[in-house]
Design a protein around this ligand. Structure first.
Ligand code: ATP
Ligand code: FE2
Length: 328
């Protein structure tokens, strides 16, 4: 199975089989200044998509003739980027007469996490640039039980980093700075049920930056406050849904402080915490291939007309009949 990802900053091709990831090759667009510019990112994807597919094939010692499905990221994401990737995937599928499946991007993050960690029916915290969602499988599909009311937690980290002069993606540098933080600055803690909000925290952080607080203390305070909020909603979901596993997925799941806080909550709650393999936390083609494989083997097929891009597609709009719910 070949998967091509390209919803935002990264264009990537990955190949998986029933057991493992055979290869994964990515190219990330890095804006010279400011945030991601959709058209520039799409030009980057256009210039690199053929190369990443070729390199993924050769890294797996395969040719297109060995591929039996082309899967691509259908949405949600930036329109121009989605169009490049869907066009490339359609061209490949038509040329090699292969079935084509449009895959939901968050579904990819979750399925690669499940595959490589061994989690079966977890409550998931999907934390990335654009998303902050608490997800669990219920009645044939993944459902969102809580989410951010405004910006994603990754976006918060990226915006704060940018205001401190750190280029995209800001998460890794915020994590590094936070290690030397000593003072916990006051930031709004905003949780409602299983929903979260981060825009107030962003505004308050700007005030701390202007006041000249140390960057290390700012990074530390954001991590401690934002991640405590995430752990709280995750723990609430665990009890409400009566699940016994947790899975952390998405780019922010790379953060070792978040991993530590989630693991410690899981220990106290007597449940198992699974983490997505760091190599596959950020957007990658292998995750799209893996979700495509599960869709295909459970009988899901799409006609060419059904493979249009869906800029705002939500995970709860796509069926996921392959998960055996443990309880709930
Ligand atoms: P979405 O999945 O919502 O469409 P995305 O595809 O842009 O968003 P991912 O590639 O899944 O996002 O994740 C990117 C995000 O992960 C960025 O916001 C980045 O700052 C964040 N990130 C990466 N490494 C770390 C880290 N070590 N700590 C915190 N955040 C991190
Ligand atoms: Fe993503």
């Amino acid at each position: 199975m070949l998967g091509i990802e390209g919803t935002a900053h990264t264009v990537s091709a990955g190949i998986v089989d029933g057991e493992r990831v055979l290869s994964n090759v990515s190219s990330t667009y890095r804006p010279e200044r400011g945030g991601i510019h959709p058209r520039e990112a799409s030009i980057h994807h256009f210039e690199n998509v053929t190369r990443v597919v070729k390199e993924a094939l050769s890294a797996a010692s395969l040719t297109m003739n060995d591929i039996d499905l082309v899967a691509f990221s259908q949405g949600p994401g930036l329109g121009p980027c989605l169009r490049v990737v869907s066009t490339a995937a359609r061209a490949l599928a038509l040329k090699y007469r292969l079935p084509l499946l449009g895959v939901n991007h968050p579904l990819g993050h979750i399925e690669i996490g499940r595959k490589l960690s061994g989690a079966s029916d977890p409550v998931m915290l999907y934390v990335s640039g654009g998303n902050t969602q608490v997800i669990a499988h219920r009645y044939g599909r993944y459902r969102v039980f809580g989410e951010t009311m405004d910006i994603g937690v990754g976006n918060l980290l990226d915006k704060v980093a940018r205001d401190m002069g750190i280029p995209f993606p800001g998460g890794p540098e915020i994590e590094r700075l936070a290690r030397d933080g000593r003072k916990l600055l006051h930031l709004p803690y905003s949780v409602k049920g299983m929903d979260t909000s981060f825009s107030g925290m962003y505004t308050a952080t700007l005030r701390h930056i202007r006041k000249g607080e140390r960057r290390e203390d700012i990074a530390f305070s954001i991590q401690e406050t934002a991640f405590s909020m995430l752990v709280e909603v995750l723990e609430r979901a665990l009890y409400v849904l009566d699940k016994e596993e947790i899975l952390l997925a998405g780019g922010v799941a790379l953060n070792s402080r978040l991993r530590e806080m989630v693991s410690s909550m899981a220990r106290d709650a007597g449940v198992r915490a699974y983490m997505t393999d760091p190599k596959y936390c950020m957007d990658n083609g292998a995750m799209i291939a893996q979700a495509g494989l599960l869709m295909f083997t459970s009988g899901i097929r799409q006609r060419l007309e059904e493979t249009g891009i869906q800029q705002r597609q939500r995970i709860d709009s796509v069926p996921a009949p392959w998960v055996a719910e443990v309880q709930g």
